[in-house]
Design a protein around this ligand. Structure first.
Ligand code: AMP
Ligand code: GLY
Length: 422
């Protein structure tokens, strides 16, 4: 079978690496991919939002199944585009239709959905420009810190957590005036949840589902979880506190009602649901939904999945997931993200990367790399995720850090405290 993966980051390299292990795979394409995906498949220079370019590629290469990595094409309706196109309608897409992608594309939709389906989450209200004064009053009824979220996609930057009431009220007004463009023309104000975060991933065909291994990611640039938010600086799976009792609560209180709620809305959701959760006194609350795998969570979860991933994708497309079982490696996997100096602010690209071949004890997932002649160079803020197995977290981390030291590029930075809070 011929498979196309849409995207070009560490998550897509991990998906490509995993699917390349399947005997069911004939040819693998990644659009646009990176220097890492080029080692396990064929990169095609087509952008994730270039639906016509993707259509041509699917027809030209006789693609049998498409797996969508990032949220942007899903929220833009790539799955609907396939269903509505006579040439493409028989090619299954793993990733929800636009209506399902609203779980990530609109925070207001997601919070309302949780309210309707009794899914535990913080209390909230949504405001638009002409209800800004009601928003100010609502903020005054809450305890600090105050959580303000742009309704739409804002490349991970649309969430503000503010300690001072006056500042929060000013920020609400500035968001509604367009601080994040159209994404913040609606703003969700929600209760702050105190606890420890984790990410749980569900693969569903709309009826059946499998809960994939959970993970914890480290979003801040600085050690001790300080400084600016990034796409993710490292991750660990499994998460020790996510024991069977906790995961049972997640399944009963969140996973089942989420899948039932989508069905009740008539949304056929085939793809990944990423639950951003807060563990508050041993009870799970949803902070956010995403409709894709996480990054860098994929770089620790996919190495732990032993089941043939192409078979899992096929079963999802064919509505056979309830017949499938997931075989999970019980070792720990950790990943440490090597990033460009300056990230998440401005940084330089095209720095030559060396030492990759010296790494023996880790799996390297490329995030922001490209090929330049016979060199591999940096092409993004997050450059390479260094993933390692271990009997426990300390052993896995020791390997990731030893390998991280072998890889060289100008300005390389990484956090040395991944897993510190576990
Ligand atoms: P989001 O983009 O919704 O994941 O928000 C980004 C980050 O802000 C989350 O990973 C949390 O660390 C934090 N956050 C968001 N909403 C809340 C909340 N209601 N309570 C506490 N922290 C939150
Ligand atoms: N690591 C968080 C995300 O993928 O959104």
């Amino acid at each position: 079978m011929n498979i196309l993966i849409i995207g070009g980051g560490g998550r897509e390299h991990a998906l490509a690496w995993k699917m390349a292990q399947s005997p069911q795979l004939d040819r693998l394409f990644i659009a646009p991919g990176n220097a890492g995906t080029a080692e396990v498949g064929t990169n095609v220079p087509v952008g994730v939002e270039d639906f016509d370019g993707i259509r041509e590629l699917v027809l030209r290469e006789h693609i049998d199944l498409v797996v969508v990595g990032p949220e942007v094409p899903l929220v833009a309706g790539i799955a609907d585009f396939f269903l509505e196109n006579p040439d493409l309608k028989d090619v299954p897409v793993i990733g929800p239709v636009r209506a399902g992608a609203e779980l990530e594309g609109s925070k207001d939709f997601a919070k309302t959905f949780m309210l309707e389906n009794d899914i535990p989450t913080g209390s909230f209200r949504t405001f638009i420009d002409y209800t800004v004064s009601e928003g100010r009053d609502y903020l005054a009824t809450l305890e600090p810190p105050y959580v303000l979220k742009a309704d739409g996609l804002a490349a991970g930057k649309g969430v503000l957590i503010i300690n001072d009431l006056k500042v929060a009220q000013q920020e609400l007004a500035s968001m509604l005036k367009g601080k994040f463009g159209k994404a913040s023309s609606k703003v969700v104000v929600e209760e702050f949840l105190q606890g420890i975060e984790l990410s749980v991933f569900v693969l569903t065909d709309g009826e059946g589902y499998l809960i994939l291994p959970e993970a914890k990611d480290y979003k801040r640039i600085g050690e001790g979880d300080t400084g600016l938010n990034t796409g993710g600086m490292g991750a660990v799976s499994p998460v020790p506190f996510a024991d069977a009792a906790f995961m049972k609560k997640v399944e009963d209180r969140i996973v089942k009602p989420t899948i039932q709620g989508l069905k009740d809305k008539g949304i056929v959701f085939k793809g990944f649901i990423f639950l951003g959760l807060m563990n508050k006194d041993d009870d799970p609350y949803v902070i956010e939904y995403n409709v894709r795998m996480g990054d860098p969570e994929s770089e620790v979860i996919l190495p732990r999945i032993k089941t043939d991933f192409v078979e899992l994708m096929k079963a999802t497309a064919e509505g056979r997931l309830s017949e499938m079982e997931l075989d999970v490696d019980d070792r720990t996997v950790t990943t440490v993200m090597l990033v460009s100096g300056g990230y998440p602010g401005s940084y330089e690209k095209r720095k030559e990367i060396s030492g990759l071949k010296e790494v023996r004890d880790s799996v390297l997932f490329h995030a922001g790399t490209s090929i330049n002649g016979n060199k591999i160079v940096t092409s993004g803020g997050r450059v390479i995720a260094v993933s390692s197995y271990g009997a426990g977290m300390q052993e896995a981390l020791k390997r990731s850090y030893a390998s991280a030291g072998k890889i060289r590029f100008e300005g390389k930075y990484f956090r040395r405290d991944i897993g510190f809070d576990l």
